[in-house]
Structure formats: C-alpha cells, structure tokens
Design a protein around this ligand. Sequence first.
Ligand code: ADP
Ligand code: MG
Length: 409
Amino acid sequence: MLTITKENIIPYLKEHMPDFDDSGSVTVSQVGDGTPEEDGDGYVNYIFRIHTDKGNYVLKQGRELARTGQDPIALYRNKLEYDSMRIRYAIVPEYTPFLKFQDKENNLFVMEDVSNLRIVRFQLNKNRMFPDLGRKCGECMAKTEFYTSEYFLSRDEYRRLQTKFANTEMRKIMEDGAFMDIFKTEVERGLGEEFNNFARGIMYDPRFETERFKLRRNFMSHADALIHADLHTSNIFASEDAMKVIDMEFSFMGPFGYDLGYLTGNLVSQYCAACFKPFPSEAERREFKAYLLATIKSLFESYFKTFTECWNQDAKERYQGAGGLCHSILDEVMQDAPGYAVIVNWFRCTGEIEYPDFDVIENLEDKRHAQTLSLMIDWQLMFQRYQFMSVDDLIDTVLYVEEEYRKTL
Ligand code: ADP
Ligand code: MG
C-alpha cells in the first residue's frame, strides 16, 4: 500500500486524478499540524489538505495502525466510508462534501475541503451560535434514514445495504466503548473521588445497566436505516447558512433516531458546560443556554417533520396511507433517542476520551459541577424517556434537573 505523505501527494494526485491542476499556486498540509479548532480532535486517519487555484481538496487515507492508538483497525473502513458518503451525497448533497476520487487499493479517497465552514464543537465552546443548525441536522438525518430504509427501498436494495454495511469491526468499538465498560479505565480527571464514586454508582446501578443493555440491543439488532453512528459536533462543519457532515467510517444499518440521540448527547453536554463555564455576562449565558435548548427542540421537530413528509411522499405503495406505522416509529424514536443521548453524554463524561466541551472549564470545581449535573440529567432522562410525548418533555427534564441541582449548591 502506498503511504501518502506531504512529499508524494502532488505527483500522486497528478497521476491518479485526471482533472487535478497544479499549474497555479499549490499548498499541502496535514491535518493534525494545526490546532484542534482548525483540525478537529480524536481523529485516527491520515488526512491532507491540498489547496490549488482550481479547488480545495481533502485526501483521507486509512491505515491499519491509527494515527493515535496501538491497535490495528480494519482497513475496509475507508471504502465503506466512501460508499456511505456517496449514498448520503445522493440523498442530501447540500449536507455532504462532494467526492472527487477513490483509490480502493490504497484505502484513500479525495473529497471537497469544507473548511470554509467551522467545526461546530469548537465554535460552541466559544459560545458561537449557528441559528439553523438543529433544523438542518434533523432534516439531514431524517432524509438519509428514510431513503435508506425498507419503507422506501426495494427489499433487495435494502438487504444489499445490510450486507454491505455490516461494518463489524467499527461497530464493535461503539457497542463496547459507548454502551459498556467505559469506566473501567479509571481515568484520573482531577474531579475528585466524590465524582468518581458518583459516576461509578450510576454505571453499576442494575437499573441503569438494564437500560444501557436495552439500548445496546436496539443498536445491535435494529437494522432500520443507514446511520452515521458517530455524529458528534466535531464531525459537523457549519457556518451561518451551511452545514456539512463528515467522517462516516462507523456507518451501518442501525436504528432510526440513533444519530438524533447521539448529537443531542453532545448538545446536552454543551448545555451543562454552559451552566458553569465563564461567560462575559449572565445575559450571554442565558442566551447561549436558550440557544442550545432551542437547537435540541428544532433538531427533533425537524427530524419528525421531515421523516413524516418523506413517508407521505415517497413510502412504497404498500406503506402509503399507513400513517399509524409512521407514528409508531416516531413514538419509538421519541423514547429511544433520549436514551442514546444519555449513552453519549455519559460515556464522554466518564470515559477516557478527552471531552473539549467540558475541558474549556478551567476551574475544577465548576467543571465537576457541570459533569455532575450532566450525569444527573442522564439518570433522569434514562428513566423518564418512556413518558416523553415530544421533545418538550425532554427539555423540561433537563430544566427540572438543573433547577434541583442548583438547590444543592
Ligand atoms: P477520522 O475518521 O480520523 O476521525 P475525520 O473524517 O473526522 O477523521 O477528519 C479529521 C479531521 O480532518 C476533521 O476534524 C477535519 O479537521 C479534517 N477534515 C476531514 N474531512 C474534511 C473535509 N472534507 N473538509 C475539511 N476538513 C476535513
Ligand atoms: Mg472524526
């Protein structure tokens, strides 16, 4: 396998990408050389930016050994990511980077560089708001899921997707990493023994564990649609008026509403951080917190509205008029997605992966409050979710726990 480097990338592209034009000025950089705000965090692949007068591209190469970490990961992930992106581009081109070229043999592909937009996580960390983010993400998820489900595709197409996106290796990372023994890592996060005991208490509570296993069961067995499966805020680029999703190597046929819950988990973390991180003024804190809740609300509402519209317009003949089924699917999503949000918020709060959403809080006492509040919200959401009729109930639960927590301060 050819290893792409900053030195050989231009000759490589000239040879392999027919319309690559380096006649003007050309710059090459490797992702990871810059700051997390520019380059994201936690990535495992080898990624290069190539800027020319004719266009800006990103080349992503998967190697067996990740950029960080010692364990080899399946190489096929790069091909699956390309295929997932291609499908998503066919459904929601406005939210997907354009694909230029693929080299299967060398486990790489080239796509449009979307870094004219910004990585959402690091902007939220700086209290920057993207007004339409929730609506766009909800629409993107609902369309991708509906048009890759059996409610739209022929049975054969749907089964082919299931076979193609088995993605056993990558799924395993989430099945175990997100839903299982994260706390065994016993990370020292400087939040004190009290926090660790509190987190352990939740982790090993048999009632909480049962809920975790129930969600994991759905994650492992409900092959509803092609999901992204790692849709956190570092994998979303946005500006005032645009939004693009990247990084699809975890993609597989999973449950409706998983991505919705996953992203909500990050937004809940941001909300808890916003309760305790420093702001220039209390008015700005209030505004930002309200923005986060409004984003969760529009995310869910847009998902539900879009899914229903897609169903009404494009469901296969046998499902036309079967509005009851569509309702029942969305009722299930309303109960499961908050559960997935809990899983994400919980594993990022208690796991070993760094979590910039909370790491921006320098004062350890405030950070401990933010993360403890997060875990308390997780507890409530996990058990209350069965009563949720709409996203308003989810938001009310978050507000209720925050209010109760404040009383203890
Ligand atoms: P990994 O699968 O290793 O997590 P990602 O696909 O998330 O890799 O990419 C890691 C980083 O590379 C991103 O955070 C971003 O900074 C940059 N990147 C990846 N794809 C693009 C793209 N299409 N446009 C701009 N930047 C990108
Ligand atoms: Mg990534």
